[in-house]
Design a protein around this ligand. Structure first.
Ligand code: OAD
Length: 252
């Protein structure tokens, strides 16, 4: 059972928790000015079809369109700044070393920019460039072409083998980075309290971490001004925005 609860109750739970994990989604960065995906009016997936932009098949079908869309998102994100929620998490980690693990689905790098240590980025980083295909042969050091030497273009290409650069984000149907996912599963399994902040809980395996934490005996608290698919897993719901709730929750 869960109920809409107050910040004071969750602060007591946080004080009692030896290990804390925080799973964040696009709502975490909403107050930094980054649009979410599933908001009915402003969400990216309200305006664009994800299968045309966020899959490997879409990129192979129209690399320029997909590259340009991610380039415009990079442009939009390059000047955004961490909000009070990101800062509260980072400062808590500094005051309580080793106690709080940040697991994020966000690709904007704002937890890292705020100074969070050991952030587990499940969906990559939008500012990274990676090759679309594995390099076929002896192109440069270790048989791997150097992404920094790609020829400019939309997308940039490898002069030796024609490989295309793509953004280093996880697209639908792709595996999550194995080491980050394993560390996130471990953090969820072993934490005493999981805060689920600003995610619809619609995308797996990230959403499964809330179930893992609950099954592992942790208290699960959802921080979201709207209902989410993870409300049923939570012991408590805080109907609040991330940038307001996290500084209040993590003041100790
Ligand atoms: P969604 O857009 O699905 O959900 C955002 C959530 O944030 C919603 O539940 C909102 O109610 C909530 N929200 C909005 N403003 C908030 C605020 N100020 N404070 C707290 N919560 C707020 O975004 P994600 O759950 O992150 O995948 O989506 C998961 C994945 O789907 C993304 O990582 C992305 C997308 O396709 C990849 O890029 C691989």
């Amino acid at each position: 059972m869960n109920s809409i609860t107050d910040i004071a109750t969750v602060r007591v739970w946080l004080r009692d928790a030896r290990a804390i994990a925080v799973l964040t989604g696009a709502g975490m960065s909403a107050e930094s000015g980054v649009p979410t995906f599933r908001d009915a009016q402003t969400g990216l997936w309200a305006k664009f079809r994800p299968e045309e932009l966020a899959t490997e098949a879409a990129f192979r079908a129209d690399p320029q369109r997909v590259w340009d869309w991610y380039a415009s998102r990079r442009e939009m994100m390059k000047d955004v700044r961490p909000n009070a929620g990101h800062v509260a998490l980072a400062e808590y980690q500094q005051r309580h070393p080793g106690r709080l693990t940040v697991i994020t689905q966000n690709v904007d790098g704002l937890h890292q920019a705020a100074g969070s240590v050991g952030t587990l980025s499940l969906h990559g980083n939008i500012f990274d460039d990676i090759w679309l295909d594995p390099c076929a042969g002896a192109h440069g050091f270790g048989g791997v072409c150097d992404v920094s030497r790609a020829q400019p273009g939309r997308p940039p290409t490898c002069a030796d083998c024609g490989n295309l650069l793509r953004p280093g984000v996880v697209w639908f149907g792709e595996m999550l980075p194995a080491a980050a996912l394993a560390a996130a599963e471990d953090a969820a399994q072993t934490c005493d309290l999981l805060l689920v902040v600003g995610t619809s809980g619609a995308v797996w395996p990230a959403a499964g971490l809330a179930h893992t934490a609950r099954q592992g005996g942790a208290r699960v608290v959802v921080v979201n001004p709207e209902p989410s698919e993870l409300d049923g897993v939570a012991h408590a719901l805080l109907r609040a925005r991330a940038a307001a709730a996290l500084p209040a929750l993590l003041a100790d």
